[in-house]
Design a protein around this ligand. Sequence first.
Ligand SMILES: *[C@@H]1O[C@H](CO)[C@@H](O)[C@H](O)[C@H]1NC(C)=O
Length: 292
Amino acid sequence: MLFSLAALVFLPSIFAATVEKRIEKRSTFVAVDLSRVDTRDLLNRAGYEECNPPRTDHGLYRDCRARDRSAFPARSAECFCAQCAEKSFKLFCSAGKWYLHPDHYDLPCKHCNNKACTQPNRQFECRSQQIGGAKSVKSDCTCLHDCLDYDLECDANGQWMQKKFIDSNGHSFVCNSEKKVMRLGYRSIEYDKGLITVRCEKGYKTDYHNKLSCINGFRNGTIPECILEQRSASGKMSNTTLYIIVFVALLLFLALVVVLSVLLLRKCRNAERSEITESPIYATPGKAQSSN
Ligand SMILES: *[C@@H]1O[C@H](CO)[C@@H](O)[C@H](O)[C@H]1NC(C)=O
């Protein structure tokens, strides 16, 4: 009796609390801004902000999960398309909003029936045709932000995506305009504020210019290779050898001069001495003879 009375009093308040909680939860869902086509720079500037779950009220996608944590709030999320659940996409949190990760050219849920990659990727300027089946790779694509070359791959969502690019040091790089230094064999390629500088390991040199400018995706030349510095390497060696030879020759010459002058001096002195010592022997009798 007392228990049911207590239940009568408490149940509505518990119910109210649940409703309130649900309302509160819904209101903390965070807006997804899909209007920005290129979010690379936004992602570069994003710090360690975390967002509550993405709002999914337009029916395009659902089932958003936190990617970097077990639950929201999180920095990145993955959502699945409502019409084709096998396709998913990534979102990242910036300034209290969710944005489509720049890896995606477009929202994949808009292309649920697409199997092949038919549209270009806005981040790249490719020299080959922009159509390919799943998993096909397109090389010779220049990133419009840093003017460096990357490979693209047609992913399961029917989008051309940058293939993971890993340099000789095991660092991975993405197409963006951030400062970077990639190591590729004997080459190191530096990008910094619109300037590309190629440096070679010791013993190697660039086959031509080593500085290129990058303005709005336009590079004023091809990125040079590093070639063996044969001529200069042997030149350096022969230069030192030449110096040594010249030095030794000079030393020998000096020594010769010294020896010769010493010899000459000695000869002169000997001659003088013999004149002095010999003159009384021969001159006196001679003189004596002549005087006789
Ligand atoms: C490209 O531009 C940079 C910066 O202005 C310059 O240093 C370089 O010599 C240029 N290279 C070519 C090949 O014109």
